[in-house]
Ligand binder design. Structure first.
Ligand code: BTN
Length: 327
């Protein structure tokens, strides 16, 4: 068991907002794993015992079971929700919704109002989840629906790399945590056994030479029975035959994103994507609104475009579109 002083050192007290304090109290309870008296909490966190009690009541309302005894407070169990208090290491603002239309809409509003880099919007379910190319993204409870606000200092021409980065991060997290053979389909789908387990949608606001923000939407079929209503899709639950801990998995994805993000302008990112690719080496059809290209996928270029070798031996590149594996 960790000492309370060790835990408190780790607690980020920069922001003394009401919510932050609630999550700080939770973190102390999570990490001590034992009773902590109201007096100690109040002294260390610099708020009254009455305020501590109010925060405990709010945590209980969120679904945390917290026992109160003469010895203090003890965390008994946590709800299966992706609440901000489960992602302490992230260190940036997290907005959590039980249900919302689309996390993309909320993130757009926040980004336009100046939200900080790496602000996250999480929803337990979405009523109007959006996919690529104007499609719907079915978003029932049990999945993971997240939008990250990023403000990368790169040329807008390199923005597609952000999608590659996110897909690499998700695939790496799946491989590490579940030992499943996650692969990538260009431009940014994550597949297991050829079936889609995660989709990524990026929306950008930019000037000619600078990105204002890129909102990176990630939808993961975690504990959903997605194959029943979506042909060609699968979920982590269906692959493993058991439910997964969504908070553990999302924590792992966010850690991978932190690691991959520093590679955004480096060739290592492209190499990482290529090593996980299920598209390279295959015969593919790329459908865009105005055009269709058929050829063998031979490489991706520095901006993330797919290079195809056509039947006549000529090379073509595709910047975006729907990719269908033909072989
Ligand atoms: C795709 O079509 O493959 C992309 C799907 C992206 C879905 C995610 S879920 C979180 C975020 N909110 C949305 O409405 N869409 C994205």
């Amino acid at each position: 068991m960790k000492k309370l002083t060790d835990v408190l050192e780790l607690v980020n007290l920069r922001d003394n907002g009401v919510n932050k304090m609630r999550w700080n109290i939770l973190r102390v309870l999570q990490q001590t794993g034992d009773c902590v008296s109201g007096q100690v909490l109040s002294k260390e966190l610099g708020i009254s015992r009455v305020s501590i009690w109010k925060h405990i009541c709010n945590l209980r309302r969120d679904g945390y079971v917290i026992q109160a005894s003469a010895r203090g407070y003890r965390l008994v169990s946590s709800p299966d929700l992706l609440l901000p208090g489960e992602f302490h290491h992230w260190g940036q603002k997290i907005h959590h919704f039980g249900e919302t239309g689309s996390t993309m809409n909320i993130a757009k509003e926040l980004a336009q109002k100046g939200a900080e880099e790496k602000t996250i919007v999480i929803a337990e379910s979405q009523t109007h989840g959006r996919g690529r190319l104007g499609r719907e993204w079915l978003s029932p409870g049990g999945g993971i629906y997240v939008t990250l606000i990023l403000r990368p200092e790169i040329s807008p021409a390199y923005a597609p790399r952000i999608n590659l980065m996110a897909s690499v991060a998700v695939a790496r997290a799946i491989r590490k945590l579940f030992s499943l053979n996650a692969e990538l389909k260009w431009p940014n789908d994550v597949l297991i056994g050829g079936r889609k387990v995660c989709g990524i949608l990026a929306e950008m606001e930019a000037e000619v030479d600078a990105i204002n923000f890129v909102n990176l939407g990630i939808g993961i079929n975690a504990n959903t029975a997605v194959s029943h209503y979506e042909k060609g899709a699968t979920s982590l639950k269906e692959e493993l035959g058991r439910e997964v801990s969504r908070k553990e998995f999302l924590n792992s994805v966010l850690r991978e994103i932190n690691e991959q993000q520093v590679l955004l302008t480096k060739s290592d990112l492209l190499e990482g994507w290529k090593s996980l690719s299920a598209t390279l080496g295959r015969e593919v059809r790329i459908a865009t609104p105005g055009e269709e290209i058929i050829g063998r996928a031979v490489d991706i270029d520095a901006s993330g475009a797919l290079i195809l070798k056509r039947e006549d031996g000529s090379l073509s590149s595709a910047i975006s579109g729907d990719c269908i594996h033909l072989s």
